[in-house]
Design a protein around this ligand. Structure first.
Ligand code: NAP
Length: 248
């Protein structure tokens, strides 16, 4: 199958975890893949080489998604290098956890800037070529935590809830231009982001999930593939939970 043949996709934060799995899945399905990384320079470069084996054009860019100007420059560079932009995946994200009582302004600002402002930055830059092409699919990584909240993650939950409001607003504004905007809300996915959770808490999380296990990055990537492809051509403004039933 080549569900993304002829499409150009830009994925932020693809050096590791879910972003990396999405970049791989998209390349497997025939997409030309532009992706970003920030601190994991070697991993980013290695991914470019790995994905080139699928035969399509692939390019990694070192770019900070939280910087407005950098996002604008990135999208312009992608357009120069690839010629068009059909799919934008806003995946870059961080956590800086702590109870509100102890949460610093720096912890708050870092998470809001990297997780939420980045979505504004990249989407603002990407809709210009998408409007011209009268087509586009924007996919934003939110979280079950953005739906339910989580003690110790007020900053992260606020950023992810903000992404849901943003996603739905963009769907309402740009539906008539054939630009779709959807969000994916993963539950507990086994990546470096969740790797720091202690063994006991991890087991408790898993037991609270109807499917009794954590998810894999590939399982989120398959959902992103669906939203990026024409299989979802009449779906916009939605939040798809990939959580093993966690919030059911
Ligand atoms: P991860 O393994 O920690 O990877 C995060 C990625 O984001 C890395 O590639 C990192 O790149 C990149 N990144 C961080 N700050 C960046 C910035 N300022 N500019 C550009 N890239 C940046 O995380 P993950 O688990 O794959 O999570 C991916 C997304 O899914 C996040 O938005 C996360 O909130 C969301 N999510 C994850 C889970 C989960 O259980 N894992 C659950 C719900 C939602 P460098 O290393 O190169 O800096």
């Amino acid at each position: 199958m080549s569900l993304l043949q002829g499409k150009v996709a830009l994925i932020t934060g693809a050096s590791r975890g879910i972003g990396r799995a999405m970049a791989r899945r998209f390349a497997e399905e025939g997409a030309q893949v532009a992706f970003t990384y920030l601190s994991s320079v070697e991993k980013g470069q290695a991914l470019e080489e790995e994905l080139s084996a699928f035969g399509g054009k692939v390019k990694g860019y070192r770019s900070d998604a939280s910087e407005y100007k950098a996002a604008e420059e990135l999208v312009n560079q992608v357009l120069t290098d690839f010629g068009s932009l059909d799919v934008l995946v806003n995946n870059a994200g961080i956590t800086r956890d702590g109870l509100l009582m102890r949460m610093s302004e720096e912890q708050w600002d870092a998470v809001i800037n990297v997780n939420l402002k980045s979505v504004f930055n990249l989407t603002k830059a990407a809709i210009r070529p998408m409007m011209k092409a009268k087509a586009g699919s924007i996919i934003n990584l939110t979280s079950v935590v953005g739906i339910r909240g989580n003690a110790g993650q007020a900053n992260y939950a606020a950023s992810k809830a903000g992404i849901i409001g943003f996603t739905k607003s963009v769907a309402l504004e740009l539906g008539s231009r054939n630009i779709r905007s959807n969000a994916i809300a993963p539950g507990f996915i086994e990546t470096e982001m969740t790797g720091e959770i202690n063994e006991k808490a991890l087991e408790e999380w898993k037991q609270s999930i109807p499917m009794k296990r954590g998810g894999q990055p590939d399982e989120v990537a398959d959902c992103a593939l669906f939203l990026a492809s024409d299989l979802s051509r009449y779906i916009t403004g939605q939040v798809l939970q990939v959580d093993g039933g966690m919030l059911t």
